[in-house]
Design a protein around this ligand. Structure first.
Ligand SMILES: NC(=O)c1ccc[n+]([C@@H]2O[C@H](COP(=O)([O-])OP(=O)(O)OC[C@H]3O[C@@H](n4cnc5c(N)ncnc54)[C@H](O)[C@@H]3O)[C@@H](O)[C@H]2O)c1
Length: 335
């Protein structure tokens, strides 16, 4: 593969994941990593073989030879960092969610159009073998249509306060549910048209969230697609320390059910018996990074672009609006 100069902004959990993935991409030259936390920037530099580390992300972007930038900073900063990188003419692979407000997401999509660079959104589950398997079964009529995809989980208040904050992370309806809003579009091969939600905020006043303005942390959201398929997600990030709920992930259809156990195993149960698919787990982050590198160097299509990130964000924002107003929200122009 052709050479590709890489900069990674952020050296937290996902920054390290992107750095590790880029270090395994043929032709990638790791030029700069930045994080305001010096120890993190330095460690990622040493561990993954960047030329230099920075505490100032703007300085990192000034380095010669960069072509692609991974944006792995808290979501409320995605727009500022991505548009600056695109302003330099760099291709951007931005972590999901694209942004936490529509204004930022639109500015990012417009910046990509204006500068002519690629804006990829890291919806990593598009690269999961398990999710591809679910899509193949649904598309092949394995459980017939329409289907209802259900996911439910409940976790204690997140340990990174920024992720609960309305301006920085957006809470689970924006941060976590966006994976599902995107993968339903992928699996159903159709667009979301209507969103109905109920929600609440358990974590108001929690001592560990001092200074945080928590977004709704508990919700059940129903998304109807123009194919007639439906997605349901029920999630909480507001449970007290040391607790968690059970979880459920399955796809119901008129002819059977697909049950997922993480992203490694799924079981297809129909009247005639059951089929188990195991060992599906793969390094979706590496596959995602390789695909983005191919898009940059060979013009291969992006799996998810800025417009896909914007669509997922609009579903999240519609869910919050519906939970506040108590009425369903129609998604205009998505169908
Ligand atoms: N794809 C996935 O499955 C997945 C999983 C987790 C997180 N994420 C997303 O990845 C992003 C980062 O999340 P995380 O879990 O790595 O968070 P994190 O808190 O572990 O790391 C964020 C890092 O960014 C640094 N930072 C803050 N502002 C910065 C700036 N302007 N420039 C450079 N660095 C800056 C922080 O010091 C911190 O080290 C978020 O958008 C999050 O939603 C995606």
């Amino acid at each position: 593969m052709a050479r590709i100069g890489v900069c990674v902004l952020g050296a937290g959990d996902m920054g390290r994941t992107h750095a590790r993935s880029w270090s395994q991409v043929e032709g990638a030259e790791l030029i700069a990593v930045a994080d305001p936390d010096e120890a993190r920037a330095r460690k990622s530099c040493e561990d993954h073989g960047f030329d230099r580390w920075f505490t100032d992300w703007r300085e990192a972007l000034e380095q010669p030879g960069i072509q692609a930038v991974s944006i792995c900073v808290p979501s409320g900063y995605h727009c500022e960092c991505s548009t600056a990188a695109m302003g330099h003419g760099y291709h951007v692979l931005c972590e999901k969610p694209l942004a936490v407000c529509e204004e930022d997401a639109l500015a990012m999509v417009q910046a990509a159009e204006r500068t002519g660079v690629l804006l990829g959104v890291a919806f990593c589950k598009r690269f999961s073998n398990a999710i591809h398997k679910v899509r193949d079964i649904v598309a092949g009529g394995g459980i017939e249509r329409p289907v209802m995809y259900r996911f439910a989980t409940g976790w204690e208040i997140r340990f990174k306060p920024w992720i609960m904050d309305r301006r920085l992370g957006g809470g689970p309806i924006i941060d976590l549910a966006c994976h599902y809003f995107d993968q339903w579009r992928f699996i159903f091969e159709s667009e979301p048209v209507r969103v109905k939600a109920s929600g609440m905020t358990f974590s108001i006043g929690a001592p560990e969230l001092l200074g945080v303005e928590p977004e709704m942390d508990t919700a059940t959201i129903l998304v109807e697609h123009d194919s007639g398929d439906v997605g349901v997600i029920s999630v909480s990030w507001g449970l007290p320390r040391g607790t968690r709920s059970g979880s459920l992930e399955d796809v119901l259809g008129p002819a059977g059910v697909i049950s997922l156990e993480g992203l490694d195993k799924l079981t297809l149960v129909r009247s005639g018996g059951e089929e188990v698919f195991e060992g599906l787990g793969n390094d979706m982050y590496l596959d995602q990074t390789r695909a983005f590198a191919r898009a940059v160097t060979e013009g291969a299509p992006l799996s998810t672009a800025g417009a896909d990130g914007l669509t997922a964000l609009r579903v999240s924002l519609a869910a919050i609006e519906s939970a506040r107003s108590g009425v369903a929200v129609e998604l205009e122009g998505q169908g």
